[in-house]
Write a protein of this length. Structure first.
Length: 191
């Protein structure tokens, strides 16, 4: 016969988290890849970890484990956040806003196909270039740049790459404030 203490310990060793699926979104899980399909498109994410199971049931995604440790608990809640980001991406999408700032040298930003070019940053003769992935859209309107996409990681990485491309390290940032800066993120507004 199992004692009450061992029974409670067995229940403590399992954990499952449910993520409700929004209307218009479908999830599939096959061979460690979770795929979300919605009105804005389709995103896939590799979510495979030993002892962690993912099941797509009617109206929800269940992430759980039968052998609970700190590592599995962290992975489960990480996968929960990834699942929510996949759902938000295919329903709403993600948008980052950047602003071009210059004072002495007029800096120009141009988009040629998938290449973003910044010319005349602090009077530099050689333009700075960055390549944009296919599933991320960049729009330039005057001094404002908008980066949109359905994958939060790719969209955020493109916005960060644009900001880092114009980073100035050899001058005092309190005096020379030229560059391109992120002003709004999906979860935070700076200005």
């Amino acid at each position: 016969m199992v004692s009450k203490q061992k029974k409670a310990q067995k229940e403590w060793n399992t954990l499952s988290v449910e993520v409700p699926i929004e209307e218009g979104v479908t999830f599939t899980y096959n061979k460690g890849i979770l795929t979300a399909t919605g009105p804005k498109g389709t995103i896939s994410k590799n979510m495979k970890y030993p002892n962690v199971t993912i099941e797509v049931q009617s109206g929800r995604v269940v992430i759980g484990t039968k052998k609970l440790s700190q590592r599995e608990k962290k992975i489960i809640f990480t996968y929960k956040a990834h699942t929510q980001n996949l759902m938000k991406g295919v329903v709403e999408g993600f948008e980052y806003n950047l602003v071009v700032v210059f004072s002495k040298f007029p800096m120009s930003v141009a988009l040629n196909g998938q290449n973003l070019t910044v010319k005349n940053l602090l009077g530099e003769k050689v333009p700075r270039k960055i390549t944009i992935p296919q599933d991320v859209k960049v729009e330039i309107k005057g001094k404002n740049i908008t980066v949109t996409g359905i994958d939060k990681e790719k969209t955020g990485q493109v916005a960060a790459n644009i900001e880092q491309m114009c980073r100035i390290t050899h001058l005092d940032r309190r005096v020379v404030q030229d560059g391109i800066f992120i002003t709004n993120k999906p979860h935070k507004a700076y200005v």
